[in-house]
Design a protein around this ligand. Sequence first.
Ligand code: SF4
Length: 371
Amino acid sequence: MLDEMLKKFHEVATSPRAQMDKYMKEGKEIVLTAPVYTPEEIVHSMGFVPMGAWGADIKINRAKEYCPAFLCSVVQSILELGINGTYKGAKAIIIPSLCDTLKSLGENWKYAVDGILFIPMTYPQNRKPDFGIRYTKAGYERVIRDLEKVGGKFDEAKLAKSNKIYNEHNQAMRKVDALIAKHPEITAAQRSDIFKSAYFMLKEEHTKMVNDFIAELEKETPEADKLNIITSGILTDAPQLNEIIDDLGLHIVADDVAAQSRQYRTDVPEDSDALEALARKFANMDNCSVLYNVEKPRVQWIVDTAKERGAKGVIVVMTKFCDPEEFDYVPIKKACEGAGLAVALVEVDRQMDRFEQVRTNIETFRDMLMM
Ligand code: SF4
């Protein structure tokens, strides 16, 4: 039973286009949601299927005509997929303004990709004060107006319902993360599939799959311990990276990964004004390289979470040319080493096909954990 469920997560995680086609055949419309945070609840409430667009491990050709070489491969591969027709049939793409590279993606998208409307979501730098919350809400109102242009209809009561569906999904994802921490037999690759598949399914469907999986896994006796670690970064879905983590007997007991747990830490507060509540969710979010925090609490969050989950070290998976993550690396390294945690830094790129250097770095890190 568990194997079948894990197979299904893998199937969805590795076939986003098939998922798009399935929903389109059912008469549903697709709206693409780019990293790092998009108001998916709004998209969902307006009758669309939000489909994560975090790029893919592909060769970049046409996007090079628009992007300088130093833009991260996440953004370049999203544009490449837009140009080469992989997203054909989608109605729109929402691209948030959370880093400089993402800002350039939207402008390039307008010229490079036909037939898929670019919808910007401009977030405030100071998201917590009242004026920041009002700014975020105004940004969401603009997204709503743009989604109306492609046939969506906004209704406050429907948004309240979608907020609830997303909160339930957050809770399921937090629960599965904590449960996998106690089950070393769930591999890094399988864990990645569970998180990645969430981007290509309606959240109510994914919540059900995750809750069924939790119920089955809770019946199992955990297998022998491995070496506990946590991962940090933007993306850790490269199959070769997860294979190395699994080959070396490492077990991910928590993550600080933008495409994984960072998405699910904060719920929409319960409020009679559903849109205001969604803006307050964004205000309440923390501990992420693209969210402005003077004191960088993310650093302590990593140390505390590693200790709480019994991790001996942290693998920082750095997406090449990602400025926000590069800025945070030095304080993370200092804080972890100060707390007695080993740190490995590995660089990844969506175009990378050779992982020998990554393997050598993680092997050395594993040896340090065994000392
Ligand atoms: S990987 Fe880094 S630079 Fe690229 S879009 Fe994400 S946050 Fe921005």
